[in-house]
Design a protein around this ligand. Structure first.
Ligand code: TYM
Length: 342
């Protein structure tokens, strides 16, 4: 099979399942803005259909969807340069996901570590949607023939599964129709850890709000969370290698470096020998300076939800215009008869 040339196209998304965290911002959103500003074709989605794989209160889901869209805009995504929309307004995602449910193998899904983490001990009680979620994620990406997928470290396995699905579809139907999308895992903080436990990822679903910084936190809350962040008793060392066995200290340093847009080594040059009673206030000040304007802009945007809905609706129209012909061709390749006059 000769490889067709796919034009570079970026796709990514985040779930409206609660507050956006500093991890989402540093690991994903900030990279999305950079890719938009490089002039690439960029499509960013609020993945509401993914959110309902676990229970969501309907009124809160609608609010969280708009709030996440506000966060996209406040971080610097621009609807004139990127397509911004919510997933459920473009039915092609769910339709292609069905085809992928029939391409992906159970054995592949059984290896997904995020399903194991999210389903927890009572796997029998998890929704079927949570189990086939990676197939929907593959559809999100491939229904646009996207080639580049900027994500944090935790989504790497899902993007790899997307490649496996594309390769199997192409092989089974004998046509190189879908691109093998590449995960783009770049930047200083591709895996921001919990402030309470340096071995766990910072996550919007962690029961402890003290474990994360939310983009909606005010300055006092951010300062308090950083002050209370777990650390050890040693001061900061002068070399990164000496942080290898100090996950909490390393995490705070990584966060500082990412927010300051400096290499961690440079930050260590400044703070070598400093105790956390000195480093933490400096980190809090930096975090507030970087996140404060985003939070303020989000609040302004949320005052006009009709405008957010308008942006999402317009983005969905533009997204559908790309997705629909790709879905139609997928149906044809599979052999599904399409004879409606529309
Ligand atoms: P979600 O909503 O959990 O997270 C959104 C993005 O934030 C990144 N991220 C982190 N990065 C660094 N450190 C952390 N602690 C951290 N926590 C989250 C995630 O890696 C992600 O990039 N399944 C996806 C959403 C999705 C998607 C897609 C992504 C659905 N379809 C298609 C890309 C392409 C998710 O649940 O992300």
């Amino acid at each position: 099979m000769s490889e067709p040339k796919f034009e570079p196209r970026v796709f990514s998304g985040a779930q409206p399942s609660g507050n956006l965290t500093l991890g989402n911002y540093l690991g994903a959103l900030r990279r999305w803005v950079a890719m938009q500003d490089e002039g690439l074709e960029t499509i960013y989605c609020v993945v509401d259909l993914h959110a309902i794989t676990v229970w969501q209160d309907p009124a809160k889901l609608a609010h969280a969807t708009r709030e996440l869209a506000a966060a996209y805009l406040a971080c610097g995504l621009n609807p004139a340069r990127s397509i911004l929309f919510n997933q459920s307004q473009v039915p092609a995602h769910a339709e292609l996901a069905w085809i992928f449910n029939c391409v992906a193998r159970l054995g592949w899904l059984n290896r997904m570590t995020q399903f194991k983490d999210k389903a927890g001990k009572d796997r029998e009680a998890a929704s079927a949607g949570l189990y086939v979620y990676p197939n929907l994620m593959a559809a999100d990406i491939l229904v646009y023939h996207a080639t580049h997928v900027p994500v944090g470290e935790d989504q790497k396995q899902h993007v790899e599964l997307t490649r496996d699905i594309a390769a199997k579809f192409n092989h089974d139907f004998g046509t190189p129709f879908f691109p093998l999308a590449e995960p783009i895992i770049e930047g200083a903080a591709t895996r921001v850890m919990s402030l309470r436990d340096g071995s766990k990822k910072m996550s919007k679903s962690d029961p402890s709000d003290m474990s994360r910084i939310n983009l909606s936190d005010d300055a006092d809350t951010i300062a308090q969370k950083i002050r209370k962040a777990r650390t050890d008793a040693e001061p900061l060392p002068d070399s990164l290698t000496l942080l290898a066995d100090r996950p909490e200290a390393r995490n705070l340093l990584t966060i500082y470096a990412a927010l300051a847009e400096q290499p961690p080594e440079t930050v260590l040059e400044e703070f070598a020998g400093a105790p956390f009673s000195v480093f933490k206030p400096a980190l809090a000040e930096l975090a507030v300076a970087r996140l404060g304007p985003i939070t303020a802009r989000m609040t302004e945007l949320m005052a006009d939800p009709a405008e957010i809905d308008r942006i999402l609706g317009d983005g969905a129209d533009r997204a559908a215009a790309i997705a629909e012909p790709i879905l139609a061709r997928s149906y044809e390749i599979v052999g599904l008869v399409r004879s409606r006059q529309i």
